[in-house]
Design a protein around this ligand. Structure first.
Ligand code: NAD
Length: 442
C-alpha cells in the first residue's frame, strides 16, 4: 500500500518507519527541512528505542522516502496519515492550526478514493469538521476521513505500534474497513470500528483515566506522609485487585508530557465550552499541580531556603526512554525553584537542550552532583540505577537526595545508607536518614 505520513514527530515518524517495515511503501513529509535532511542521512531527529535500527532497515530496502514536498507526497499516496502537533493555547484550548493547514493542502492536491487517517489527538467533532471542510473545498470524493487515535507511550512507541493492545478507528464509510484491515495486516490486534466522535473521545477518556489514577495515588501519598504510612504498600495492595490493576499507581511528582497533561487540559476546556463540567478531572489536575508545589516546598523547608542553593536535577525528559521535554515536570520544577532563587544544574541521559539558559547541563552525573545542596530525581530513568550513588556520599555537603519518582525502594536506600551518610526523601514514604556519628538508619 502507498502511504503518506504528514508530520514526522514522535507519532508520525514511528508510524512511517513501522509501516515501512511491514510491507508498505511510505513517503514521509515534514515542513522542517532539518528533519528531512537528518532522516535522509539515516538519523532520526528524535529518540525512540529501536527506531534508528528500523529506519536503517526501511531505508536499505528502499521502502521509505522523506520530503518537504507535501503536494508530491499527497499525490503518491493511497492512504494519508495526519500526524501533526495539536498543542494547547495558553487558555488550554487546542491549537488546530496545523491540522487545518493539512486539510487545505489535501483539498488542493488530493485525489479521488484516497483515505485520510487523522492520528493527531483532536477534540471531539474535529474529524467531522475536517471531512466537511475537505468536501466543501474539493471537487473530488475522498474514500473517507477517519480518526485512528494513537495510544503509544513515548519511550516504547515502536513496540506499542507494532504490537498494540488496541486499535480504534472512527469512520463514516463502510468501504473503509477492508483498507484499514489491510493497513494493519501485520498484527492480530482486533480493530474496534466506531463512530468518529467516539474514537475522538476514547483518546481523551484513556488519558484522562490515567491522569486520575496518578492523581489518586498521589493524593494518598500526601496522607501517607501525614500518618507515616508507605504509599508503595497501598499501591501494591490495591494494584493486586484486578479491577484496579497496578499500572499508573506509582506515586511521584505528578504527570506531565505532551499527552496526558495536554489532553486533560484540552478535554476540560472543550467540555467547559459546551457547559459540561468534568469535576473528577478538574480535581485530578489540581492534585497534580499541588503535588509539584508541595515537593519543591519540602526541599525548601529542608534547606531553610532555596535562595542561592545549588540543586542538581536528575532527569529532564517527561518520561524515561525519550528526549521529549514538552510539559515535562522538570520545566515546572525549574520555574518554581528559579523563582525562589535556586541555582540549577542538570543531568539527563538524552536531553541536551533545555529552555532555561540559567540551567547548566552536564553529561556526566558525577560532575553534576558536585557542590549540590540537594540532588533531585525528576524522571525515573533506569540509567540512574546504574549510577554509583555512593559517590554522592563523598560530596563535601551532607548528601540530600529527593526522589520525585520513587525510583529506589526504601530497602535499596537503607542498604546504601548503611555504607555512607545519607538523607533520602521520596513521595509518600518515610524519610531515610543516616547520622554520621551513629550510623543509624531510621
Ligand atoms: P511533534 O510536534 O513531535 O510532531 C509534529 C511534526 O509535524 C513536526 O515534526 C512538525 O515539523 C510537523 N509539521 C508541522 N506542520 C506541518 C505541515 N504543515 N506539514 C508537514 N509537517 C508539519 O508531535 P507528536 O508528539 O508526534 O504529536 C502529534 C500528534 O499526536 C499530537 O496531536 C499529539 O497530541 C498526538 N499524540 C502524541 C503522542 C506522543 O506520545 N507524542 C501520543 C499519542 C498522540
Amino acid at each position: 500500500m502507498n502511504i503518506g505520513v504528514i508530520g514526522l514527530g514522535y507519532v508520525g515518524l514511528v508510524t512511517a518507519v513501522c509501516l515501512a517495515t511491514q510491507g508498505h511503501r511510505v513517503i514521509g513529509v515534514d515542513v522542517a527541512q532539518a528533519t528531512i535532511d537528518q532522516l535522509q542521512n539515516g538519523k532520526p531527529p528524535i529518540y525512540e528505542t529501536g527506531l534508528a535500527e528500523l529506519l536503517r532497515q526501511a531505508q536499505s530496502g528502499s521502502v521509505i522516502r522523506f520530503t518537504t514536498d507535501i503536494a508530491h507526497a499527497i499525490k503518491e499516496s493511497t492512504v494519508l496519515f495526519v500526524t501533526v502537533e495539536t498543542s494547547s493555547l495558553p487558555d488550554g484550548s487546542p491549537d488546530l492550526s496545523q491540522v487545518w493547514e493539512i486539510c487545505d493542502q489535501l483539498a488542493i492536491y488530493g485525489q479521488a478514493g484516497q483515505l485520510v487517517i487523522i492520528k493527531s489527538t483532536v477534540p471531539v467533532g474535529t474529524t467531522d469538521a475536517f471531512a466537511e471542510r475537505l468536501s466543501n473545498n474539493h471537487h473530488i470524493q475522498f474514500l473517507d476521513v477517519v480518526h485512528n487515535p494513537d495510544f503509544l507511550q513515548q519511550g516504547r512507541a515502536v513496540d506499542d505500534f507494532l504490537s498494540p493492545d488496541r486499535i480504534v478507528v472512527g469512520y463514516e464509510n463502510e468501504s473503509t474497513i477492508p483498507l484499514i484491515n489491510e493497513l494493519y495486516h501485520f498484527n492480530q490486534t482486533p480493530i474496534q470500528f466506531c463512530r468518529r466522535t467516539s474514537a475522538e473521545l476514547i483518546n481523551y477518556a484513556a488519558n484522562a483515566f490515567l491522569a486520575m489514577k496518578i492523581s489518586y495515588i498521589n493524593m494518598f501519598s500526601q496522607l501517607c506522609e501525614t500518618f507515616g504510612a508507605d504509599v508503595a504498600d497501598i499501591a501494591q495492595s490495591i494494584g493486586n485487585d484486578p479491577h484496579i490493576a497496578p499500572h499508573f499507581l506509582k506515586a511521584g511528582i505528578g504527570y506531565g508530557g505532551s499527552c496526558i497533561a495536554k489532553d486533560i487540559h484540552t478535554l476540560i476546556q472543550t467540555a467547559r465550552a459546551e457547559g459540561v463540567p468534568l469535576p473528577l478531572l478538574e480535581a485530578a489536575d489540581r492534585v497534580n499541580a499541588w503535588q509539584m508545589t508541595r515537593f519543591v516546598e519540602r526541599i525548601e523547608q529542608r534547606l531553610d531556603t532555596l535562595a542561592d542553593k545549588r540543586i542538581a536535577l536528575f532527569g529532564l525528559s517527561c518520561k524515561p526512554g525519550t528526549d521529549d521535554i514538552r510539559e515535562a515536570p522538570s520545566l515546572r520544577f525549574t520555574e518554581i525553584a528559579l523563582a525562589k532563587g535556586a541555582r540549577i544544574v542538570a543531568h539527563d541521559p538524552l536531553v541536551k537542550a533545555f529552555p532555561y539558559p540559567q540551567v547548566e547541563l552536564f553529561s556526566d552525573p558525577y560532575t553534576c552532583m558536585q557542590g549540590a545542596d540537594a540532588i533531585v530525581i525528576l524522571t525515573d530513568w533506569p540509567d540512574f540505577r546504574a549510577i554509583n550513588w555512593k559517590r554522592m556520599c563523598e560530596l563535601p555537603n551532607e548528601p540530600l537526595l529527593f526522589d520525585g519518582c520513587n525510583l529506589f525502594s526504601i530497602q535499596e536506600i537503607k542498604m546504601l545508607a548503611g555504607s555512607c551518610p545519607l538523607e533520602y526523601h521520596s513521595i509518600g514514604r518515610p524519610c531515610v536518614k543516616t547520622f554520621e556519628s551513629e550510623k543509624q538508619v531510621r
